[in-house]
Design a protein around this ligand. Structure first.
Ligand code: NI
Length: 144
C-alpha cells in the first residue's frame, strides 16, 4: 500500500478545534486522525448498500429469569448460526446477563438477526455495531 501526501486547506479556527479534539482523544498526530475519520465515513457509506458484507457485534443486557428468554435467545442464534461467529456470555450478578454476539454476513440478514435478538421481550438493552471491512480496506477479497 503506497502512501500519498495530500494538502487540505482549512480555516485556522477549525484546525485549532480539531487539534484540541484529537489530542483529547489521544492521537499523536493529525494524519492518523484524518485516516480514521475517512475510514469511518467510508464505512458508513458502505453500510448503506443492502448487500454489503459486514462484521459486527450485538450486545444484549437481560435478566435471565425472564420467562423463556434464554431459550428464545438460544433458538434464534441456532436459526442464524451461519451468521454467528461466537457468543460471549457474562453473568453480571444474580439476575443480569451481558451477552455479546459476534456476527457476520450480508447487512440485511445481520440487521434482521440483531432486531430479532434485541426485540425479544425481556431484553433491557441491545445494540448492534457494524463494520464493513470491504469498504475500509481495499485489500480484502470476496466474501461469501
Ligand atoms: Ni448469565
Amino acid at each position: 500500500m503506497g502512501l500519498v501526501r495530500t494538502g487540505v486547506a482549512l480555516d485556522s479556527d477549525l484546525l485549532k478545534r480539531f487539534d484540541r479534539l484529537i489530542r483529547a482523544e489521544g492521537y499523536d498526530n493529525r494524519s492518523e486522525a484524518f485516516r480514521d475519520i475517512i475510514r469511518d465515513r467510508l464505512n458508513e457509506a458502505g453500510l448503506q448498500a443492502g448487500d454489503a458484507f459486514v462484521v459486527g457485534t450485538v450486545t444484549l443486557i437481560y435478566d435471565h429469569h425472564w420467562r423463556l428468554l434464554p431459550d428464545k435467545l438460544m433458538e434464534l442464534q441456532h436459526k442464524y448460526h451461519e451468521h454467528i461467529i461466537s457468543t460471549v456470555h457474562s453473568h453480571l450478578d444474580h439476575d443480569m446477563c451481558l451477552e455479546v454476539v459476534v456476527v457476520k454476513g450480508r447487512i440485511n440478514r445481520v440487521h434482521e438477526l440483531a432486531s430479532r435478538l434485541i426485540g425479544l421481550k425481556g431484553v433491557q438493552h441491545g445494540k448492534l455495531v457494524m463494520s464493513s471491512p470491504d469498504t475500509v480496506s481495499p485489500h480484502r477479497h470476496a466474501h461469501q
